[in-house]
Design a binder for this molecule. Structure first.
Ligand code: RM4
Ligand code: MN
Ligand code: MN
Length: 438
């Protein structure tokens, strides 16, 4: 196998670095954990149940987020950042090692193209990493590509261009099968920049016809995740502009087609948690791209701007899981762009924010909430959410990390390891490498 022959320096954070850093913080952690356990006990919640549930949460990492991202103006590369898909997976494995939350990486093609996918899978597995949804890319032209996506891809006015985009998606499925993925995420840049440029109805019809061909090639245990986005790169209209069009397409295609919600893909102030509830209620919430945003598709770190919204989203996800009797399994992934931070540190912080939002949603007193809702006791119903959100649950998160072999303080531990500085010596530095974020 190719992987055996690949010369790579040993990956990961040395276990003794984690052990030493945890030893430094253990006493304070145990005191905090006991205090939180006592607090939760007063609400009849066993902290051990919460930690057990948290330990089942898994979130995929975006391969394209492992390299410094850029804006339309500039990209500021980081010495030691990965230069190929193998090195990206190495960095993902570090995030997982320290956080215990991110055992899979979501790849993007052709950005992550390589010669030997069996070797890539083996390399991932050797680092404890599996593969999440495959992302296709028909929103850019690649060198040597016959037909341009300037005016669209799956919904293009010309059949040959649509066919080229379909074939790319079919190739993505083939690659995914070799890697053990179970889903294909399709986000297209198709749309228009001027009123009159396209016919809304015709483009959607063509999109659906194309996607039917992709859907037909899905293995039986795969999902097709349709990702909506209201603008960019098209600024007047997009073909899959919102969750309404997304669910209509998913319903038209069939049971393996579901919707993916990217938190940054909505108009400002849209009630995203309500969209989550609606999609889940009708069995069509298939996946998530976590990130945060202030103005648009900013791809900021999860929970960095609006942690209350992240909590409210998880509140709906937890409720959906209760309604589905524990069988609600969307593919949770992050989709972020790190322009001014070390991607590993941003992803560690994001993992903490996501885990925190989940735990806070788990400790909502749902019986009391239902009663307050029935009685129309507005303040007390609202306070059920507020109290959970305001609880400091960091000790529960740390305990889950410790039990998975991770770190009490992931960023401190990462810094203590000098991982990035060591990689800066070992990896080739390519300032022209793209972060891949549009
Ligand atoms: C898009 C969308 C897709 C992601 C690309 C890079 O805005 O969020 O999920 O693959 O960006
Ligand atoms: Mn996305
Ligand atoms: Mn996006």
């Amino acid at each position: 196998m190719g992987f055996v022959a690949i010369d790579r320096s040993p990956a990961g954070i040395p276990q003794d670095v984690i052990a030493r850093d945890n030893a430094r913080l253990m006493e304070a952690h145990l005191a905090d954990y006991a205090a939180l356990a006592a607090r939760l006990e007063r609400q009849n919640i066993d902290i051990e149940d919460i930690v057990d549930k948290l330990m089942t949460l898994e979130v995929g990492l975006p391969s394209w987020g492992m390299v410094s991202g850029g804006t339309r103006f500039a990209r500021f590369p980081l010495p030691g950042e990965p230069s190929d898909v193998f090195e990206k997976i190495e960095d993902c494995a570090v995030v997982h090692q320290l956080s215990g939350l991110t055992p899979r990486v979501s790849l993007h093609f052709p950005w992550d193209k390589t010669d030997d996918y069996a070797a890539l899978r083996q390399f991932g597995e050797s680092l404890g990493m599996g593969f999440d949804a495959i992302n296709s890319n028909t929103f850019q032209d690649q060198a040597g590509q016959k037909r341009s996506y300037k005016f669209g891809s799956l919904s293009h006015s010309q059949q040959a261009t649509r066919q080229q985009a379909i074939e790319h998606n079919l190739q993505c499925i083939e690659i995914g099968k070799q890697l053990g993925s179970k889903a294909l995420t399709v986000w297209i840049g198709d749309g228009s920049n001027f009123p009159g440029q396209v016919e809304f109805t015709d483009t959607l019809e063509r999109y659906l016809e194309s996607l039917k061909a992709v859907y037909g090639a899905l293995p039986s245990d795969w999902r097709l995740l349709i990702e909506h986005k209201m603008y960019e790169p098209a600024f007047y209209s997009t073909v899959i502009q919102d969750w309404g069009t997304s669910i209509l397409c998913a319903q038209t295609l069939g049971p393996k087609a579901q919707c993916l919600v990217d938190l940054g893909h909505h108009a400002p102030n849209v009630n995203i948690e309500m969209i989550v509830a609606r999609l889940a209620q009708f069995g069509k919430l298939g996946g998530f791209h976590f990130n945060d945003s202030k103005y648009g598709d900013d791809d900021l770190d999860s929970g960095s701007v609006n942690p209350f919204q992240l909590f409210l989203v998880f509140n709906e996800l937890v409720y959906a899981d209760i309604r589905a009797q524990g069988k609600f399994r969307p593919a949770y992934m992050m989709d972020q762009s790190h322009n001014v931070t070390d991607p590993i540190e941003s992803l560690l912080n994001s993992a903490r924010a996501i885990a925190g939002a989940y735990v806070k949603a788990l400790i909502v007193d749902r019986a009391a909430l239902k009663q307050y809702q029935a009685d129309n006791d507005v303040i007390m119903a609202h306070n059920c959410l507020r109290l959970a959100f305001e609880t400091d649950v960091r000790a529960a998160l740390a305990m889950a990390r410790i039990r998975k072999g991770g770190a009490i303080d992931p960023i401190a531990c990462y810094r203590a390891s000098s991982y990035r500085a060591l990689k800066a010596e070992a990896r080739k530095y390519d300032p022209h490498l793209g972060g891949g974020i549009v």
